[in-house]
Design a protein around this ligand. Structure first.
Ligand code: OXD
Ligand code: MN
Length: 586
C-alpha cells in the first residue's frame, strides 16, 4: 500500500474491474524475487536451470501463439483519429476502454494482481518518468525488476504526485482474438490484454518508453527514440557517444557491445544502452541522452562468443531465458550458439527435439532478459542522471542492395529525411512475413505514439532548437553481393565505420560528395588488419543511379501516404535528391 492517494484510487478502480483474489504491492527486494520465483517454479510458469552453471537463471516458454509483438493488435487511442496518423491502428478511447473492460472484467478472479511501480530512467534525473504496471503475471514482475528500477525506489520517486503512467496488463486467456495493446496518450495510460510476450507486456519498454514517451517528448521538447547508445574511447582516453536507430532484430545489441578488432584494440567501446534513448538539450547546447532501461531484452539466436562475447558474459547469471532450447544438463541452447546442437533436448514449445528434424529448437525471436549492470563493457556513465552527450546519430537498416556501408547527411534537415525514408527487411521480432522491405522511419514505425508527419516535424523543430546538433549518418551492414553473401564482415569491424563517423563529427575524415550524401573516399576507412578486396569495398560504397531512382520511387509512395501533415521540408529534400540523382552520370 502507499500513502499516494492518486495511486490508491486508481488501483482500487482497477481492482474493481479485474477482481483479483489477492493484491501484492511489489517492493523490488531480493526476498520478493526469491519468493515469486519459487511460486512460478511451482506452477510451471518458470523452469529452473542448472544453478551452478547458470546461477540465478530461469526459463520461460510463452504460448506458441504469442511469440512476438503483434503490431496488428496494437492501437493508439486518441480522441481524434488523425492524431494517431496513417501508420498506427486507431480506436476511439471510449470504444477501446469499453471493449477492453469487457475482457478485463473479472479476468484476475483466481489470480493475484501485482502492483509494479517502476522508473524509466534513474532516480533524481530530469529525464526520468514513473509508471505503475498492474499485472497478473509473475514473469512480467520478474522481467520488470530487471528492465527497470522497480519497487520502493519508484514509489519514493513518485512521492504524492499523480504524474505517472497507468499500465494495466492481464494475460487473461491468451486468446489472440481477445488480445489488444492499447495506448491512451491523452490519459498517460496503457492497457494490454491477452498476451504474455515481452514486447506486448513489459509496459515500461515499447509502450511507455517509446509510444507514450514519444508523445510526451513532443509536448515537452525532448525525444524518445528506438536507439542504442554507445561510447567510443580513443587512445587519448576521450570518449564520444553515438546514438543509433535500427529496426528490431537488426543487431543493436551487438553494435552496442562491440569488441574492437585486434588491429584497433587501442579503442574501447562502452555500452550505455541497446534499445531506447531519451534525449534532451543540455545546458551546453548539445543533445544529451540516457538509456531509460536497466536491462537488456535481447534476441538470443545468433548470439555467441564471436558475434557478441559481451552479451554471452552478461547472460551467464540472473537471466530469464524465453523460448530457447533446454538441454539435458539443464542449460540452454539456441541456433547460432557456440556449442553444436544437442542430440536430444526440449525445444521452445516444451517438446522433445533433435537437430535431425526440420524445425528450429529455439524460436527465432527467443529472448534473454539480463541486468545491464552485468555487461562487462557497461559504460561508467550508464546511470549518470545527466546522460551522455551525443556526437552522432545513425540510422540503419537491413538492405541487401541500394544503401552503401556508410554515408553522412548534408545537414540536420537532410538527416531527418534520411531517417524518415529509411527502410529495412522485416525480422521475426514482429508477427508477420520475414524478409520483406518496408519503410521504417527512424526505426519507429511500430513505436511512434502519434501522427508520423508530426513526428518528422518534431525532429525538424528539435534541430532548430539544438545549438550544437549531432551530425546524422546512415549505415548498412547487410549489403550482399551477386552470390547473396554479405559483403561486409560486420560485428567488431563495424567500428571502422563508427570511427569514420566520429572523424567527420570533428571536421576530419575524407569523403566524396554524392547525390545521397558524403560517402567515405577510397582510403578514408581504417582497414588495418582487415583483408577485403578493393572491388568489394567499391561495391560497398557504390551509389547505383538506377537502384537509387527506384528507391526514391519507393520513398515517394511512402511519403504520399502521410498526407497533409508531411512537413514540406521532406518533399523539398525528396525533390533535391531526385534532381541530384538525375544529373549524376551513370
Ligand atoms: C525489441 C523490439 O524487443 O524492438 O526491442 O522488438
Ligand atoms: Mn527494440
Amino acid at each position: 500500500m502507499t500513502a499516494n492517494k492518486n495511486v490508491r484510487d486508481w488501483v482500487e478502480q482497477m481492482v474493481k474491474l479485474c477482481k483479483p483474489k489477492n493484491i501484492h504491492w511489489c517492493d523490488g527486494s531480493e526476498e520478493e524475487r526469491l519468493r515469486l520465483t519459487s511460486e512460478a517454479l511451482q506452477t510451471g510458469e518458470l523452469e529452473l536451470l542448472d544453478q551452478h552453471k547458470l546461477p540465478g537463471c530461469v526459463l520461460h516458454r510463452t504460448n506458441p501463439n504469442d511469440v512476438a509483438r503483434t503490431e496488428q493488435l496494437t492501437f493508439i487511442c486518441t480522441s481524434k483519429k488523425e492524431d494517431a496518423g496513417p501508420t498506427n491502428n486507431w480506436m476511439h478511447p471510449r470504444d477501446a476502454y469499453f471493449k477492453l473492460s469487457a475482457i478485463f472484467d473479472g479476468c484476475m478472479h483466481n489470480r493475484t494482481m501485482y502492483v509494479v511501480p517502476f522508473i524509466m530512467g534513474m532516480p533524481n534525473s530530469a529525464f526520468s518518468k514513473v509508471g505503475i504496471e498492474l499485472t497478473d503475471s509473475i514473469y512480467v514482475v520478474l522481467n520488470m525488476r530487471i528492465m527497470t528500477r522497480m519497487g520502493t525506489a519508484a514509489m519514493n520517486e513518485l512521492g504524492n504526485s499523480s504524474n505517472f503512467t497507468r499500465g494495466l496488463h492481464s494475460k487473461a486467456d491468451l486468446d489472440i482474438n481477445r488480445r489488444f495493446i492499447c495506448h491512451f496518450p491523452e490519459d498517460n495510460t496503457i492497457w494490454s490484454v491477452g498476451s504474455g510476450y515481452g514486447g506486448n507486456v513489459l509496459l515500461g519498454k515499447k509502450c511507455l518508453a517509446l509510444r507514450i514517451a514519444s508523445y510526451l517528448g513532443r509536448k515537452e521538447n525532448w525525444m524518445a527514440e528506438h536507439m542504442l547508445i554507445v561510447g567510443i574511447e580513443n587512445p587519448a582516453g576521450e570518449t564520444r557517444y553515438i546514438a543509433a536507430a535500427f529496426p528490431s532484430a537488426c543487431g543493436k545489441t551487438n553494435l552496442a557491445m562491440l569488441i574492437p578488432p585486434k588491429a584497433l584494440s587501442q579503442y574501447k567501446v562502452w555500452t550505455v544502452g541497446d534499445d531506447i534513448a531519451w534525449m534532451r538539450i543540455g545546458p551546453d547546447g548539445r543533445l544529451w541522452a540516457i538509456n531509460s532501461e536497466a536491462g537488456f531484452f535481447g534476441v538470443v539466436p545468433g548470439t555467441n562468443s564471436r558475434t557478441n562475447p559481451n552479451a554471452m558474459a552478461t547472460i551467464k547469471r540472473n537471466t530469464i531465458y524465453t523460448n530457447v532450447v533446454k538441454r539435458q544438463d539443464e542449460t540452454v541452447w539456441w541456433e547460432g550458439h557456440d556449442d553444436p546442437a544437442p542430440e536430444k533436448a526440449i525445444d521452445w514449445q516444451g517438446r522433445e527435439w533433435s537437430p535431425a528434424g526440420k524445425e528450429k529448437g529455439a524460436h527465432p525471436n527467443s529472448r534473454f532478459t539480463a541486468p545491464a549492470s552485468q555487461c562487462p563493457c557497461i559504460s561508467p556513465k550508464w546511470e549518470d542522471p545527466k546522460g551522455v552527450p551525443i556526437s552522432a546519430i545513425i540510422f540503419g537498416g537491413r538492405r541487401a542492395r541500394v544503401a552503401p556501408l556508410v554515408y553522412q547527411s548534408f545537414n540536420w534537415q537532410h538527416g531527418v529525411f534520411v531517417g524518415a525514408t529509411m527502410a529495412s527487411e522485416t525480422t521475426a521480432a514482429a508477427a508477420g512475413q520475414v524478409g520483406v522491405v518496408r519503410r521504417d522511419p527512424m526505426a519507429m514505425l511500430p513505436f511512434c505514439g502519434y501522427h508520423i508527419g508530426d513526428y518528422f516535424k518534431h525532429w525538424l523543430d528539435m534541430g532548430k532548437r539544438i545549438p550544437k546538433p549531432p551530425k546524422i549518418f546512415n549505415v548498412n551492414w547487410f549489403r550482399t553481393g551477386a552470390d547473396g553473401k554479405f559483403l561486409w564482415p560486420g560485428y567488431g569491424d563495424n567500428l571502422r565505420a563508427l570511427l569514420w563517423i566520429l572523424q567527420r563529427c570533428e571536421g576530419k575524415g575524407d569523403a566524396v560528395e554524392t547525390p545521397i550524401g558524403y560517402v567515405p573516399s577510397e582510403k578514408a576507412l581504417d582497414m588495418n588488419g582487415l583483408d577485403i578486396r578493393p572491388e568489394t569495398m567499391k561495391e560497398l560504397l557504390n551509389i547505383d543511379k538506377t537502384a537509387w531512382l527506384e528507391e526514391t520511387a519507393g520513398q515517394k509512395k511512402f511519403l504520399d501516404t502521410i498526407g497533409d501533415r508531411l512537413p514540406q521540408e521532406m518533399t523539398q529534400e525528396w525533390k533535391g535528391l531526385n534532381q541530384r540523382l538525375e544529373s549524376m552520370g551513370l
